[in-house]
Design a protein around this ligand. Sequence first.
Ligand code: ADP
Length: 544
Amino acid sequence: MAGVDDLMMHYPLTIRHFFERTRRLFPKKTLATRVPGVGLVRSTYADFAERTARLAGALETLGIGKGDRVGTFAWNSHRHLEAYFAPPLMGAVLHTVNIRLSAQDIAYIVNHAADRVLIVDASCWPTLEPIRKQLETVEHVIVMKDTPGAQIPPGALDYEELLAGAQPMEAWPTLEETDAAGMCYTSGTTGHPKGAVYTHRAIFLHSLASSMTDVLGIGERDVILHIVPMFHANAWCVPFAGVMNGATQIFGGPNPQPRDIIEIVHNERVTVVGAVPTVWIAIDAILEQEPQWDISSIRCIPIGGSAAPRTLIEKFDKKYGASMLHAWGMTEMTPLGTVCRLKSYLDAGPDDQRYAYRAKQGYPVAGVDLRIVDDEGREQPWDGQSMGEIQVRGPWVIRSYYDTPESGDRFTDDGWFKTGDVAAIDPEGYVIITDRTKDLIKSGGEWISSIDVETMIMGHPKVLEAAVIAVPHPRWVERPLACVVPKPGVTLEPVEILDYLRPKLAKWALPDEVVLIEAVPKTSVGKFDKKVLRERFKGWTPAN
Ligand code: ADP
């Protein structure tokens, strides 16, 4: 028998395959970007292929080579998709920088990654301009005109002029699948931003996985609308899967609002559009008032980033005919970990049971191993009760943070990544995220899941949003405080929330107090920012 190396071809799993495949097979298919005041501007994969090869040629002329980092600082657009592909195809590394971070974090991230070139939307330039001098490694800034009146700032290169004058790169260098293709920093909900570097292989396998029927099921017939920012966890890697499959892809453009999303879905018959729950809560508020919109073309709303309330999932199904798919993942996992597909025999069950399952985060995607582990490192049973920190391993899970040796303690000796999320797993294998370790509320020796309580509160018909935080308590160590935003125009008394929760919760898990607030503060990627709330209520005195 031949040696192991001779059994199958060595065919590196690189995204070059996606690019070349789509260039040949789907040149006619559509890409489009929303331009404010103009509408959708359409192009094709043939244009994409040509322009991407030109961008690579231009970057080469600017001195970019293997391993160099090329940053993007931009909204979702077909140009951003070109930047998703050109650097990795030429062996460089795409670094998507989160435009909503603080100036301090942005400077830290760009310097830490040592980006040599930054590709920036003109509308994002005002954020970068004041810190330009602090970006020590950046040699060139390339600006993309993303709005009709956009100007190229002095000293910057014009993206379109650069492409027009470039020689398209004709032959891609041979790469290993273990070469870096992209990188992304965590958005810092848990402290200092840390970098995750994605290999070609990770993106390749993740894209195959997300195209499976039991995951997102992305295919050529899909019309994908990109709302999850392309600077956040690879926009859940969907742009790569979109190119791989030759799907129609529509990009949300600068600062898309819920109304823009509704309009595009309605007009373009969008089939896949992901976003964090806060976006869907806002969309629901509009659809409630304006029944003329039809979003029933949507077959899959990947929803995650924070827990999706059951009531929201049920309402989108029954009232709008748009199916939500609850998913869990993180920047460090490229990002998919679990999706909540109902097993056939669970789907046949009564409604109540079905939606109880649909609100869970789902079972692990093929390719991801997952376990829960207690404080002493003991693996916990899948009984739906025992809680532990989720640990994962798989081909698209990071093995280390980029150049951050002090985070070595996030990896176990036996090769797992500690996610920092606490969960239970039911006997069917469905993960139920209880909290992030730091958001759990420890009250008199009992753990209270803030997520549990807040999704319950969000089920109240008068509530728009709710966040539950721990506040210090002299006797119980910590107690839950519920911060609730009523729906516009309704009168809500805190006691109504407490009465609503009382029959559903253990006595000790009932919040001590409900405070009404105007809005839940959000992080740069639209999640509830409990850090800010904790700060705001740190001097709060318990009612009992
Ligand atoms: P950051 O760590 O900056 O928030 P990520 O987007 O990588 O950036 O966040 C991943 C985290 O988001 C997970 O570790 C988890 O705490 C939370 N999360 C993701 N999806 C869900 C979900 N469906 N339900 C609850 N929490 C979720």
